[in-house]
Design a protein around this ligand. Sequence first.
Ligand code: SF4
Length: 191
Amino acid sequence: MADMKTDQVYQYLERISNLLRTDTRRTMVEKGLQPVQLEALHYLSHCNRYSNTPAAVADFLGLTKGTVSQTLGLLENVGMIEKLPDYKDRRMVHLQLTSRGNKVIAETIPPKSLQMAMEQMTESDQDSVLLALDKMLKAMQGANQLRTFGVCKTCRHHQIETDDQHRCALTGEYLKAEDIDKICREHESPA
Ligand code: SF4
């Protein structure tokens, strides 16, 4: 049986999720999107080049490849994403947001209610919330042994060779500056 604090944390998270969902849903209706389509679009807006495949989207959303394929097909049909072949393996497909997709994300996420709440908090309260949420996310990912989809610069494979030259030790490839803050399917925590 869950202890009282766990129960309280769950209730806070549930209420915050409901508020965010309600706020986001309003914008989604205007854009003609379903929740899963927005989640896939948002994931693709901040994942790196190793993680923008249909299989990675399915992993991130915890859905089957068939369900994700329908979602991605629809996003492509309405001109929010486009498919690009892999430069090494032509059978592999990468997904990229179009300017229309980027515009939808910029107008929808983060929801206005969250932006307003953050503006009302002190910087130190904002930092405390970030730290606590980061710890909770890592603990939950560890407990479930799921892929962490963490930010590249926090990965144990991330090597800094010089200030402006970073390399992924897993793939051996150099990382672009914009990749460093993106999330990755292959991310592994240093611990
Ligand atoms: S360093 Fe880690 S997170 Fe970054 S690209 Fe390599 S595997 Fe992914």
